[in-house]
Design a protein around this ligand. Structure first.
Ligand SMILES: [Zn+2]
Length: 435
């Protein structure tokens, strides 16, 4: 039935298969195939097997010359002729089609690449291939999991960043569900995403990690979350803990915001409205002092004059600015002096929120100063957040954390995708050639 010169097989490009016929369907190309192995022995005893009957299997392959392609594999069911043999019948297999799969390996890998590397929605890829959502997701799992589990994806890590990211937004059934991202701060690579943000979640993840790999970690940067500090304990006690500068300043900004809202409420008896003096300067307050121009500064001072009779907001603003000043120096000794001044000042303040800021800073003093000793910060985890955002947008909400994790890690750098042929360019187009 084949064309006899192997032209059709060459086009198909699946060795071990013979093309029986090609028909043009309404929206697809239908290619009838069978394997070339017409004679074979029993896989158990080796006695020559006979073909009992055939099973028709429909498989989706990569599109062919712009048309979706369907392989119709007329699969032989074989029977062992040996009466004593425990094996009765079996159907043929091929390395190009995983057992029970609806996609050929090459189509499955491409679907995985589209969903993982390019962060495309599963439904879009499924539509294109003419299969259901689950078929594509199974292909992503089948071909993507080995790539994610590959030990070469994450080599030894010296500086580890731990950052919180949200997994599911709050709804009627549950509050916001968080996840914890682990990032290689030097390589700027996402290492893993762990479900939850509690100490036990991090501890569970550490417990499942290679002891030697953990020992190689020298620095860990986190935000000021007690749960992370506790969660890293015992497994990563040998590493230098760093409180991420961005998060330290954010704690001071939050303190300022809380004081502003309270004072506003006490003075006016309602939450901030657009004409309230403090509400109007809320953004000026949290921007860095050096970023305010003259007009900004006078607007801020006017707002404080009108809305802050006891100078509580001003006090919180000064505290925030002095926290930021700790990062103006690279010298650990100078930073220690500055930080101690902030802590003493905050603890002596009349405003309870500022005293509480002082307590937080005091509790994290070694970690805050370790930034100056190591230079580590969670800046590179920005890559994690971008990655998470893209995957979330493609996913339109996730049900399974495992799927979410797999897609985030496939989209992150570090995955070694199977190589694809890079076609040579046919002609360098010159802007003048078609004039
Ligand atoms: Zn047999």
């Amino acid at each position: 039935m084949s064309d006899g010169i192997g032209l059709a097989e060459q086009l198909l490009g699946l060795d071990g298969f013979k093309v029986l016929g090609v028909t043009e369907g309404e929206h697809e190309l239908v290619i009838a195939v069978e394997t070339t192995a017409s004679v074979t022995g029993c896989w158990s005893c080796g006695v020559l097997a006979e073909c009992q009957d055939r099973v028709r299997v429909d498989i989706r392959d990569l599109a062919c010359f712009g048309r979706p392609a369907r392989l119709v594999w007329s699969k032989r069911r074989r029977r062992c002729r040996e009466v004593e043999c425990p094996v009765k019948t079996w159907t043929e297999r091929s390395v190009h089609v995983p057992p029970r799969a609806l996609l050929t390996c090459r189509a499955g890998i491409e679907a995985c690449r589209q969903v993982g590397e390019l962060a495309r929605p599963v439904s879009g890829v499924a539509d294109e291939l003419g299969v259901c959502w689950w078929t594509v997701m199974h292909a992503v799992e089948r071909h993507g999991r080995p790539l994610v589990d590959d030990p070469a994806r994450v080599g030894p890590v010296v500086a580890l960043g731990v950052d919180e990211t949200s997994f599911l937004k709050a709804n009627r059934e549950h509050p916001t569900i968080y996840a914890t991202g682990l990032v290689d701060l030097d390589g700027k690579k996402v290492i893993d995403v762990v479900e939850g943000n509690a100490a036990k979640d991090l501890r569970r993840s550490c417990a499942g990690t290679d002891e030697k790999w953990l020992k190689a970690v020298k620095v860990v940067a986190t935000d000021l979350a007690e749960s992370y500090r506790a969660g890293l304990s015992s497994h990563l006690d040998h590493a230098v803990r760093v409180a991420d500068p961005f998060h330290v300043v954010r704690v001071a900004n939050r303190c300022l915001d809380t004081v502003r809202r309270r004072v506003q409420n006490e003075l006016l008896g309602h939450r901030g409205r657009k004409d309230d003096p403090l509400y109007r300067i809320r953004k000026l307050l949290v921007s860095g002092a050096e970023r305010l121009d003259e007009r900004g500064s006078s607007r801020m001072l006017l707002g404080l004059r009108l809305g802050d009779p006891d100078d509580a907001v001003l006090g919180a603003w000064l505290a925030k600015e002095s926290v930021r000043e700790v990062y103006l120096t690279d010298d650990p000794a100078v930073a220690a002096v500055l930080l101690d001044k902030v802590i003493v000042g905050c603890l002596a303040d009349e405003v309870p929120e500022i005293r509480s800021l002082g307590n937080t800073l005091k509790a994290w003093r070694p970690e805050i100063l370790n930034h100056h000793r190591t230079g580590a910060s969670n800046g590179p985890t920005e890559g994690l957040n971008l990655c998470v955002k893209k995957v979330k947008r493609a996913g339109h909400g996730f049900v399974s954390f495992e799927h979410y994790r797999l897609r985030v890690l496939l989209h992150a750098d570090g995955v070694t995708w199977p190589s694809r042929p890079k076609p040579p360019r046919i002609r360098t187009s010159s802007p003048h050639s078609n004039a």
